[in-house]
Structures are given as C-alpha cells and as structure tokens.
Design a protein around this ligand. Structure first.
Ligand code: ZN
Length: 277
C-alpha cells in the first residue's frame, strides 16, 4: 500500500501515511520526500507482519482483561517488505525485550549514551526525542523529568538482588527485571515523573502523566506497560515507563490502538520468566 491513506505526520525523511486495507487492517508507510543514499530503506512497512516475528511463533492467547482486545483484530496481510528494524538486535529501536526475550548479549552496553538531565542517560536519538518531549510539555505549563534512564547490567544485578533479598524471588520477578531482561539496559527506555509522583501509578492520573499518555507517541515513545496487559507484557501498569521506538512505529501504534510491542509484532505473551535464573 502507500498510494492512498491519510497523511498522519511529516518527518524529515518523509510523510507517514496510514491507510486501511480491505481486511480492516490499518497500516503505515513512510513515503520518502527525498531519495537518500544512506542505509535507511526508502520505504518501510510497519504494519504487523508475521514476517516480523521470525524468531517466535504466533501469539498464544489473548491476555485477560484486555477489553476490546487488539488481539481480536483481523490477521494482517503478509507484507513483502521486511521490517525496517530488527526485533532482536539490542541496538535496534524496535528490539523487543521482555521476560521471555533477554538481551543478547545479556551484558550488552549501548553506544552513544547521552544525558537527559538529572544524571540520566539514553541512546542519542531517544535522548533528543525525550528533550523535545520535555520542552513541549514545558510549553504546556507542565514539568516532566527523567527519573531513571539507562541502567547497566551490573547495576541491575544489584537492584534485583536487593529486591530478591527483601521480597523473595517470585515477588521480585513481578516488578523488578532480572539483569539482562530490563528494557532500561537498551538505552531506549526511561521512567519519567512529575507532579510529585515518581515511579508510581499515581503518575497516570496527574496532568503530567495524562500528557505523557496522550502525546508521547509524537516523540516516538510508547507507554510500554499499559493498564490491564500484564498478561502480555509481564509487568503491571507503569504509566511512568516509556520506551522509544521511533515516531513512525509509535504513531502507527497510536493510530491503530495496539498498545504493546508483543501484539504489534505478533510475539508470544511474556507474563513471566520461563525458568529460574
Ligand atoms: Zn522503567
């Protein structure tokens, strides 16, 4: 597709067009404004595609309590176009990390870590996007900041060990990622706070949190652990944890109402770790 559809967003590289196929599937395509000679493909289909999940079988079952479950949407039409970014390469903006998909290698350290203030760091593209998000929120009279960005493998070892020591392994595994399984280790995820609510569910009801939920996609972020989807993501509702996936994918997910990367890429739900470490 790509001829019809509604122009959603203009980017430096092209315009994102969202259209609806005969099957009712909404998909998005970047139509280049110029033909570049770089490594970026000139067109990229980001619609859900079974081809995108080559390392995993189709989803097992819908998560409980998902309401109008996006998993009930029609099966996507296989796309001849491969996804623009890897789902397994830890350097990829689309890498999917969850309790069934550790980083490879687990001790991965991202390049180009860049300050986002408050002593926190993200990969350079995510850092630039987050600072733009902060600036826009500030222009709307809000004050959002970074509570926790990149976290190293060794840091996560100490964090998780401490939580295990106080809560036990099974309780710790619910809310604290094991080392090598944390999205924070990719440099693409950040916990944000504001309105006196830091890393707590109250953030979702504050003006800052509502603004993040409504606008993060414009800057390429998704709220990674939505309410009621713990059966898919493995984590309870975390309105403060946002993940950079790029404006193209974040916008397409926003437009279609697909809330999780697992559902978008037709990956198995990851409600818990597969085995003890
Ligand atoms: Zn987080």
């Amino acid at each position: 597709m790509g001829k019809g559809g509604r122009v959603l967003h203009l980017t430096r590289r092209g315009r994102i067009v969202v259209g609806i196929t005969a099957a009712g599937l909404v998909s998005a395509v970047v139509l280049p404004l110029t033909l570049g000679g770089g490594s970026t493909p000139t067109a990229a289909v980001v619609a859900p595609s079974p081809a995108a999940a080559t390392t995993a079988p189709p989803p097992t079952s819908p998560a409980p309590g998902t309401g109008t479950s996006p998993t009930q949407r029609p099966a996507p039409t296989p796309s001849p176009t491969a996804p623009q970014h890897s789902l397994t390469d830890p350097t990829s903006i689309w890498v999917v990390v969850n309790k069934a998909r550790p980083l490879d290698p687990r001790t991965y350290v991202p390049p180009d870590l860049t300050s986002v203030g408050d002593g926190q760091y993200l990969r350079a593209p995510a850092a630039a996007a987050l600072l733009s998000l902060f600036a826009s929120a500030a222009a709307d009279g809000l004050s959002i900041h970074a509570d926790s960005g990149y976290r190293s493998y060794t840091y996560q070892v100490s964090v998780h060990d401490n939580v295990v020591a106080s809560l036990g392994q099974s309780e710790a595994d619910i809310g604290s990622a094991r080392p090598g399984y944390s999205e924070h280790q990719t440099g693409w995820a950040v916990d944000v706070g504001g309105d006196g609510c830091e890393i707590a569910t109250c953030f979702g009801t504050t003006p800052d949190g509502r603004w993040v939920a409504a606008n993060a996609y414009r800057y390429g972020f998704i709220v990674r652990y939505p309410q009621g989807l713990q059966g898919i993501t493995g984590y309870e509702y975390e309105p403060w944890h946002i993940r950079y996936v790029g404006v193209q994918l974040a916008t397409a997910m926003h437009a279609t109402g697909v809330q999780t990367l697992e559902q978008w890429f037709h990956l198995p739900a990851a409600p818990a770790y597969l085995r003890s470490s």
